[in-house]
Design a protein around this ligand. Structure first.
Ligand code: HEC
Length: 496
């Protein structure tokens, strides 16, 4: 929201600030955006719809659970050091985190909803964000898909065990036979660039409109993962485009940046997530990823560790593998049992792919992550959201969606959903296929998206084959009711 026009209150400003204000660009246009964090790479919690209120002078009275303010600060006022001492504590919004995505039958632990603190600021050139949250499993998760040599062959190390005193200890699916290796802490921002569908407005679904559909059938009702390429994530109208910032604790953290990408339109399981031009700060240490065929096997070791004979020591770990130290694994190299290698190779990020600076600190005592983000208000890349003056988004008036009420959810599910999805959302699997999918891990935004449009009409518009029995009907529930249903569904076991 614009400040009070051009009126400046000189008594509050130092000379330096006056000089900065004299040449100051106009205030960037307010916008809606989405924000989420993960413990385990996939299942995230946060808020699908927040409002970013750009301010000439800080007005914390505008903060609500759905409004993040971005006051103007003097150039250099924010230091990128992963500490928040220069941030005014009154500028933080506390987000009541909700589950944004849980793969219905996934091999990944459920998201653990909790509070997240978020603040923003801007100067003439840059936008900044500060984020603070308790890590759900009290670990920094720097070991996504780490390789482990069992004496005969390389395997991917499994999830870190859930710590009994960590928030994640409460997740319902923690005791299921979960063998996933992708425990990685992540932080996502999504900013609209082209939004003809109007998801980023008061009452819109934000990123929820692009929730991963999960309808690919692997043919195995017991399988926790429904199939290959289940994470088809894309905008839902041709031309719609969103900027996605994807910070990852194993892959981009050590390079002090994130993986800047964008989301384009597609249909069905089409993967609309694309990378900005330039080099990500990491690459996969995996022959399959490099050759695009064959088995997954580590491709590189550390030259230093190899030459020092470290790989002959039982249980030796190369903690970090840098590209300049990486040496191809060749026939005849031997490894002691339990030697382990990183799955990610660190390298300098370049171009627009790495144009967001991030400083992140995981505190081993408090178990909190603290992160600072910095990006130019405007880049040369059309796939980056430009924070420039323009048409302000109207601020939210509707009440924000709050964490759901499971009892109400149970009632609503019995009334609207049970007849097709089963008593506990277990779905219907007949003759080798899902007639109605299991939806026990569905998030509120996914439910709101699923029930909110007329699929039959849409399929017809897309000229697809239509069988109304195989399509989810339109159901008249509110976003808050979808959230209530989600909370109840997330308490159901996928074993029943
Ligand atoms: C008339 C039967 C029917 C009713 C009633 C129904 N659904 Fe569905 N639902 C389906 C079918 C069929 C699909 C799969 C095909 C599709 O997505 O169109 C589906 C898909 C879904 C999905 C997507 C699953 C995924 O993994 O992406 C969710 C979520 C969902 N339903 C939730 C609900 C909720 C919540 C209700 C109640 C408010 C409900 N459904 C009521 C039949 C139904």
């Amino acid at each position: 929201m614009r400040g009070s026009g051009q009126i400046i209150v000189p008594t509050l400003l130092t000379l330096g600030a006056l000089a900065a204000s004299a040449q100051a660009a106009e205030t960037p246009a307010d916008t809606y955006f989405s924000f989420a964090v993960t413990e385990n790479s996939h299942n995230h919690q946060g808020s699908n719809l927040l409002f970013l209120d750009f301010q000439e002078q800080a007005d914390p009275s505008r903060i609500t659970p759905a409004v993040v303010i971005s006051p103007r600060v003097e150039p250099g006022a924010i230091r990128m050091d992963g500490r928040l001492d220069e941030w005014n504590p009154q500028w933080f919004t506390t987000i009541a985190g909700r589950v944004m995505n849980n793969y219905p039958l996934s091999e990944f632990y459920d998201a653990t909803p909790g509070p997240i603190q978020l603040a923003s600021a801007h100067d003439d050139q840059y936008i900044y964000f500060a984020v603070r949250f308790e890590d759900a499993n009290h670990d920094a998760s720097l070991n996504r898909k780490r390789w482990l040599f069992d004496g005969t062959r390389w395997q991917v190390d499994t999830h870190a065990a859930i710590k009994p005193d960590a928030p994640a200890a409460g997740v319902i699916n923690k005791d299921h036979d979960i063998a996933g290796a992708e425990d990685e802490d992540q932080v996502f921002f999504m900013f609209p660039i082209v939004d003809k569908e109007r998801n980023f407005r008061d009452g819109g679904l934000g990123c929820g409109a692009y929730c991963h559909p999960n309808l690919v059938d692997s043919g195995n009702p017991k399988e926790h993962l429904i199939g290959e390429d289940t994470a088809g994530m894309h905008t839902s109208l041709p031309g719609d485009l969103a900027d996605v910032w994807h910070w990852t604790s194993t892959r981009s953290h050590l390079g002090n940046t994130l993986k800047d990408g964008y989301l384009i339109y597609g249909d069905g399981i089409f993967n609309g997530r694309k990378a900005d031009e330039g080099q990500a700060p990491d690459t996969d240490n995996d022959l399959k990823a490099i050759r695009k065929e064959g088995d997954s096997l580590p491709a590189f070791v550390s030259r230093k560790d190899y030459e020092a004979g470290n790989y002959n020591k039982h249980g030796f770990r190369t903690e970090i593998l840098n590209q300049e130290d990486a040496m191809p694994i060749e026939a005849g190299m031997t490894f002691a049992t339990m030697v382990s290698l990183p799955y990610s190779i660190q390298r300098p990020g370049t171009g627009s792919r790495s144009d967001v600076q991030v400083m992140a600190v995981h505190d081993a005592e408090s178990h909190f992550w603290t992160l600072e983000f910095k990006r130019a208000l405007q880049t040369k890349d059309p796939n980056d959201r430009a924070f420039v003056p323009g048409k302000d988004a109207a601020p939210p008036r509707l009440p924000p969606i709050v964490p759901g009420n499971g009892e109400n959810g149970a009632r609503l599910f019995a009334k609207h959903c049970e007849s097709c999805h089963g008593k506990k959302g277990e779905g219907r699997y007949e003759k080798g296929r899902w007639v109605v999918p299991r939806n026990q891990r569905a998030s509120g935004p996914l439910i709101a998206k699923t029930v909110s449009f007329d699929r039959i009409k849409r399929q017809r518009a897309l000229a697809h084959e239509i069988n109304p029995d195989r399509l989810m009907p339109f159901v008249p529930i509110t976003q808050q009711e979808a959230e209530d249903i989600a909370v109840w569904l997330q308490r159901q076991s996928t074993r029943d």
